[in-house]
Ligand binder design. Structure first.
Ligand code: NAD
Length: 258
């Protein structure tokens, strides 16, 4: 028996088979969840439709989170099929490439700062704001963050600030929605080669360092993240809210290899 049977969960952020959201959708499907999907733009639509069909879903709706109208129309569209649902996964992050390269002080700009924070942090609460009335009691909201929120990671730059904002967002949202029976958490994922990650300069070097230092001595993959995400969105995690759970093989607690 899957521990997500009877749950309806909306997945954002699938861009390819490498996407963390793809790993999450697969794990949730294995645990019996019904799924709906969003895609950012028309270019991604056929690919997301194909992934959705492979996971027994035909609910695939456009949503560009940089646009309030697009978020509102996502939920009015979703309501036609699901009047109520049990949560969503926010696997969305973006900063212009020039922000993720070199010295932080030199690279950061007002526009880069605004875009990174709007798309990567504000969008999480913006989605919650738009669908609050559609969420069942015991619903769970989940986002993806990274260690760059807590430590200064070379080249991650303004995304680190946006992730720090996102993590604070998790705590404020958990506090605001808890009385309604809704939990809000984040997974702080170890580095995984995805389309978004390939925009960060020297990402390969980061992975190599991770492989040597991390206590479990292996790379984290989208299945590791998917299984933890499925747990967090299930009633098994009923007592967990406002948390940033590191699914990083222990990298964040280690200092160096022997
Ligand atoms: P990915 O490129 O597969 O996914 C990023 C997704 O964000 C894409 O689906 C893209 O369409 C979506 N997106 C970007 N701007 C958007 C917008 N305006 N509206 C709607 N969607 C938009 O990469 P990923 O690594 O799977 O990223 C998913 C999340 O995981 C991100 O928040 C990322 O920061 C986070 N994360 C990634 C890693 C890693 O190493 N890959 C580590 C920790 C956290």
């Amino acid at each position: 028996m899957g521990f997500l049977i009877g749950k309806r969960i909306l997945i954002t952020g699938v861009a390819s088979k490498l996407s963390i959201a793809y790993g999450i959708a697969n794990a949730m499907h294995k645990q019996g969840s019904e799924l709906a999907f969003t895609y950012q733009n028309n270019k991604l639509k056929p690919r997301v439709e194909e992934f959705a069909a492979s996971l027994d879903s035909n609910i695939v709706i456009e949503c560009d989170v940089s646009n309030d109208g697009s978020i509102i129309s996502l939920f009015s569209e979703l309501q036609k099929t699901w009047s109520k649902f049990d949560g969503f996964v926010h696997a969305i992050g973006f900063a212009p490439t020039d922000q993720l390269n070199g010295d932080y002080i030199d690279a950061v700009t007002r526009d880069g700062f605004r875009i990174a924070h709007e798309v990567s942090s504000y969008s999480f609460v913006a989605m919650a704001k738009s669908c609050r009335e559609m969420l069942n009691k015991n619903a769970s909201l989940l986002t993806l963050t990274y260690l760059g929120a807590e430590r200064a990671v070379p080249n991650y730059n303004v995304m680190g600030l946006a992730k720090a904002s996102l993590e604070a967002n998790v705590r404020y949202m958990a506090n605001a929605m808890g009385p309604q029976g809704i939990r809000v958490n984040a997974i702080s994922a170890g580095p995984i080669r995805t389309l978004a990650a390939s925009g960060i300069k020297n990402f390969r070097k980061m992975l190599a360092h991770y492989d040597v230092v991390t206590p479990i001595r292996r790379a984290i993959n989208i299945h590791d993240i998917g299984n933890s995400a499925a747990f967090l969105c299930s009633n098994l995690a009923a007592g967990i809210t406002g948390e940033i759970i590191h699914v990083d093989g222990g990298f964040s607690i280690a200092v160096m290899s022997e």
